[in-house]
Design a protein around this ligand. Structure first.
Ligand code: GDP
Length: 301
């Protein structure tokens, strides 16, 4: 059982796919948004594409070999094109939006996608309810995609909120999968925008706390900074340093151990005080071999 966000998580999922066979992924949905009349679910899609072997591993998003002619045409028609959508990738969003129009839940649609694309694992979006990460900046609140993609993560961030968190119910099967898990893996993911929103969904945090499973997290931080993405800025915005130690504080009570880079080995004692044993080793996934190696370590930690 794996909790997954976006790009960092996809690398570990690729490693786990070969090593663990069948497992369930609970996917973040708080960066989903509507664009050009279509419902886009970036973290769900990156998980499905990766498990289907269709992902563009170099970019870290989208489909391998995709083209961008539709986007070019949208630009020509004066439409916004700050969010990259490939021609084949668009089929996913058209399919999802069409099925939503027919009353299907995001979980059902994702299961259909998995079945049709030959994915052996189960991918469950954490909730079917509205749950969106908004970033508060000096000029007002904006959706995470607007902050990170449209504004390239440049605005100063004063806070982060998860809109809809009070009412968000877990998607069907999510709690059952957590309860049945022998191992719960927190992929390397942005703690603020990928993991915390999932933990805000009713019952998910509680299920993890009560679970007897082995609970293993992979730190997304190395030496006081995230490997990629805006996690550093967003951690600071919620009053935390972007360090593996701070991530272990956020996951307090939820994990048995956290895999950290040798650069963070000195946090081991402080992490133990947070209830997590530090497992020191290489956590950088630069090659497919790194992904497989880390997956093996995650499965034996
Ligand atoms: P993002 O912050 O918007 O990219 O959201 P994600 O949930 O996709 O987070 C990706 C996280 O994975 C980032 O915080 C990265 O620091 C982390 N990450 C990316 N590549 C690696 C890697 O090779 N190893 C580890 N340990 N973390 C990674």
């Amino acid at each position: 059982m794996v909790l997954a966000g976006g790009t960092g998580s996809a690398k570990l999922l690729r490693g786990l796919k070969g090593e663990a066979g069948e497992f369930t992924v609970i996917s973040n949905v708080a960066d989903n948004f509507w664009h050009h009349g279509l419902y886009i679910a970036p973290d769900v899609d990156i998980a499905v594409y990766t498990l289907a072997g269709l992902e563009d591993a170099v970019r870290g998003w989208g489909l391998r070999g995709d083209t961008f002619n539709s986007l070019g045409q949208l630009a020509r028609m004066g439409e916004e094109t700050w969010f990259n959508l490939g021609d084949r990738d668009l089929a996913t969003h058209i399919f999802r939006t069409e099925q939503m129009g027919r009353g299907k839940r995001l979980g059902e649609i994702t299961a259909m996608m998995c079945a049709r694309l030959g994915v052996r694992q189960r991918v469950i979006p954490c909730t079917d309810d509205r749950l969106e990460t908004y970033v508060t900046t000096r000029t007002g609140a904006m959706h995470l995609q607007e902050f990170w993609v449209k504004n390239r993560g440049e605005p100063e961030v004063e806070g982060v909120e998860y809109r809809g968190e009070e009412g968000a119910k877990p998607e069907r099967g999510a709690i059952e999968a957590l309860d049945a898990a022998e191992r719960i893996v927190f992929c390397p993911a942005n703690p603020v925008t990928s993991i915390m929103p999932m933990l805000a969904v009713g019952g998910i945090r509680e299920s993890i706390v009560r679970s007897r499973a082995r609970k293993v997290a992979v730190s997304p931080m190395v030496g006081g900074a995230p490997v990629t993405g805006p996690a550093g800025k967003l951690m600071r915005a919620i009053g935390l340093e972007p360090s593996s130690l701070a991530v272990s504080k956020l996951y307090r009570g939820l994990i048995d151990c956290m895999m950290v880079d040798p650069a963070d080995a000195h946090y081991a004692e402080a992490m133990r005080a947070e209830g997590a044993r530090a497992v020191v080793g290489s956590i950088l996934m630069r090659t497919p071999a790194d992904e497989v190696q880390l997956a093996r370590e995650v499965l034996s930690a």
